[in-house]
Design a protein. Sequence first.
Length: 279
Amino acid sequence: MSMPRPIVTFTSDFGRQDWFVGVVHGALYQVCPEAHVVDLTHDVPPGHVARAAFLLEAAAPDFPLGTVHLAVVDPGVGTGRRALVVAARGQGFVGPDNGILEWALRDPGARCFAVVEERWFRHPVSRTFHARDVFAPVAASLAGGVAPERLGPEIHDPVRLPHAVPETGEGRVAGCVMFVDHFGNALTNIEARDLAQAFPGVPDAALEVRVLDHAIRGLAPAYGAHERGTVVAVMGSSGRLEIAQVGGDCATRLGIGEGDRVAVRRTGPDAGPDEPAGH
């Protein structure tokens, strides 16, 4: 029985117009020709580290144990910022030390290594393309079975991103919009477990979601459960509360953007005061 091919995912802000993504694929295959490379996205806005970190958090749980995730949004390329490998959640993560690997680092069992052993790099190392010359060879080496300890020393001070945790209290949850997807759906940082904690035993129909000056009564079981054009709140495939428009672009219609406040409360006579929502 043949061994499964190692999986390497690749996330960047490179876009698709230039040759950069393809060249990184080539660098991966030079070191680990048996790898199966999966492009998560290369449409991260240039330099938007927090967006890339969120997308990696949303996608990584859907990959099998042993997957290596290569994530490169690297405004500090060529400077003294470190290259990191994080072993966490049964997977490997490779990227610059700028917070892009935040989700992996939140794992209590995470181990973080600074990659200093240059024998794993592609030479000569460019000052502007570490994705090809540093991160890709390192990710491919991990996929090929190299232990992270061989790449450099373990460290305990990686750069971290602020983690937006919803405020959960009795009868209310307050969070924010984290990402607007291609369809115009607004994904929030409110997870199903947050609602279960704040509203034990409360049916979805008895909840109200507020964003900006818009109120949405009840959680829909699916996007298509209401008529076209209806704005709905639904628990999405990532396990997060989403605000969407059936058959349309909700973010554009309502003027929703990243960082906008989202509040959930119980409706009815004993619901308590409104939770304000806004920017």
